[in-house]
Write a protein that binds this ligand. Sequence first.
Ligand code: AMP
Length: 369
Amino acid sequence: MIKLHDKYFKPFISAQQIDNAISRLTQEIATDVGDEIPVFVGILNGSFMFASDFVKKYPKPCEITFIKLASYEGLKSSDDIHRLIGLTQDLTDRTVVILEDIIDSGKTLYEVYRIFKNEKVKELKIATLFFKPEAYKKDYKLHYVGIEIPDKFIVGYGLDYDGLGRDIPEVYQIKMTQHMTNLVLFGPPGAGKGTQANFLKDKYNLVHISTGDVFRHNIKNETALGMLAKSYMDKGELVPDQVTIDMLNAEVEKNADANGFIFDGFPRTDAQAEALEKLMKDKDSEINAMIALEVDDEVLVQRLMERGKTSGRADDADESIIRNRIKEYYKKTAILKDYYSARNKYFGVDGEGSIEEITERLSEVINAL
Ligand code: AMP
């Protein structure tokens, strides 16, 4: 990751990928142009690196020149008027290939066509190293495209963020969310995840998402999701993965500005862990740690029976359902310890003792992250 001014950027397109794209472009263009000597016209500033590497690879003789996109303050309002300047030589009857570093909305292309309108060139072709199809608003044909990219801000290889980044030999993409802390609070039913998450969310300013709580909320409000979940929850079984994953994604999206999340009761299966990894990646983030509360099974049963006296939860009221939930945990969920251990993200914490003692143990792990 790199920082330019106030923003963070992550690696996006390697120097090798750029090199491959340029090799392909030179081959395609050389084949089409044949034995003619084309005039390549680079659009400054962004295309200086592309144009340089391009002509070095171009297998036949060629000419290269540059024009520059200049912006002037508009007379009215704050609109800028962009004009291309620097086209001085006679291009009559020449095959001209524009070399653009990136085409997004197509505004620059509009200018290119405007200034070439009165030039009597034989042919005008457009080659761009990067192209953002989602942002493109014009109808001009793009004859040669190096790499299509999503509509996200990029820097490097000639492209800048407020002056910086042009010199970087690879391309970086802006990071959308900065520095989140995301924790998975893990452990069998009754381990105290919910209780501890309540303290930790305030202490570290994180959003607490308990999938069990969200299901219970849906059941209370008699939503379709609630009705579906209830049939599984009442037996102490897991709700199907896709239902749970879709719900979790929606809960995360509701909190787009969060500093980070405490996931409690999720993930519970491998498929959920993978879905969570993807979701975090889409947010340019990651799970920093799985912190597991380790508690003896018989202590769990006692705690849940005790909670059942006041919680009103059907799945806390019956010892056989409680034991089934613990069984489900060992059968389907405990394996996630391996998933996070393999990524050096598993931290076991003794979950027996006073609430304050356990919060203290969890905090030590979080502070050391
Ligand atoms: P909890 O409040 O975490 O003990 O969850 C209560 C019940 O909700 C579980 O026994 C499951 O039936 C359901 N549930 C909660 N989270 C999940 C999940 N991540 N995957 C599947 N089912 C879940």
